[in-house]
Design a protein around this ligand. Structure first.
Ligand SMILES: O=C(O)CCC(=O)C(=O)O
Ligand SMILES: [Fe+2]
Length: 274
């Protein structure tokens, strides 16, 4: 399934995109089990599987249907710079309310641009929902189109309360195993979860290979447990090595062939947070 004109139109207009059921039921089941153990019984997992993006969740790192979108909206060379999972019970919300937005990007690194018919998004989130999600369940929610906003969000649009929220508030519904891609520049929130069954999801943050927002905190055991072709998404942040002739491009392919190290991890003890 190539990136379609419909997907490009949607991502550009709204700031997000849903690819339904890109994971198989077996992959979803393995991931639900892993996220359950990460949150409730981490000792039952081997160190290289004890958090995302290790173990079963590593299937997402370079999943063809994920890369296909990211290559179109970020560019051909990307890295995975942050990963966390949620097991969110009813009433629990993400720590921040609505955040980001085109009018006040906290850094140009999140910026969204289109030039010569190509999208150049900064950081892009990929959410993998591991249960079926309905639109009113309280999954990640957006102020539609705000990745390109030029003025601040008025306070009357900030509410997450279904009775008081903005007419531009939107979310999605999707089957388990779907991927939701959104520009980190889009105003978004994880509202209080509204269903009796928990929200089970993993959230990855990808960026252009020459930029980085998150300090690397994924435990070395997790990275060391990945095959080299997946470790490539944690290669160091640079584009060209001018110390070699001919110059070496920091592509996934060149990283795999090289003995280059991955980005060192600094905070493995904080690895669970978003
Ligand atoms: O919890 C959520 O659904 C939103 C998480 C979030 O804000 C993010 O991943 O950037
Ligand atoms: Fe966020």
């Amino acid at each position: 399934m190539p990136f379609t004109a419909e997907e490009r139109f949607r991502f550009d207009l709204t700031g997000f995109l849903v690819r339904p059921a890109i994971l198989s039921p077996d992959e979803v089941a393995a991931l639900v089990d892993q996220v359950d153990r990460i949150h409730h019984n981490p000792e039952s997992l081997s160190p290289e599987q004890r958090n995302v993006p290790g173990g079963p969740s590593s299937v997402v790192i370079d999943h063809p249907k994920v890369l296909e979108v990211l290559h179109e909206v970020i560019g051909p060379d990307i890295r995975l710079e942050g990963a966390f999972s949620v097991w969110r019970e009813k009433g629990v919300a993400h720590a921040q309310g609505f955040h980001q937005g085109g009018s006040k990007p906290i850094d140009p690194i999140f910026g969204y641009r289109v030039h010569n018919g190509e999208i150049y998004a900064g950081m892009v989130r990929v959410v993998i929902e591991l249960t079926d999600v309905k639109k009113e369940d309280g999954a990640t929610s957006f102020i539609i189109g705000s990745h390109k906003a030029n003025f601040p969000l008025p306070p009357e649009h900030e509410s997450l309360d279904p009775e008081k929220r903005s007419e531009f508030f939107t979310s999605y519904e999707c089957p388990a195993g779907s991927a939701i891609f959104f520009s980190e520049n889009l105003i978004h929130a994880g509202p209080p979860w509204r269903r009796d069954k928990p929200r089970i999801a993993i959230l990855y943050a990808y960026s252009h290979y020459a930029t980085n927002w998150h300090r690397m905190k994924i435990a070395p055991e997790i990275i060391n447990g990945l095959p080299r072709e997946k470790q490539a998404y944690f290669r160091e942040v640079w584009a060209l090595d001018f110390g070699q002739r001919p110059f070496v491009h920091n592509s996934v392919e060149n990283f795999i062939k090289s003995t280059d190290p991955v980005t060192p991890s600094r905070f493995p003890e904080h690895q669970n947070g978003g």
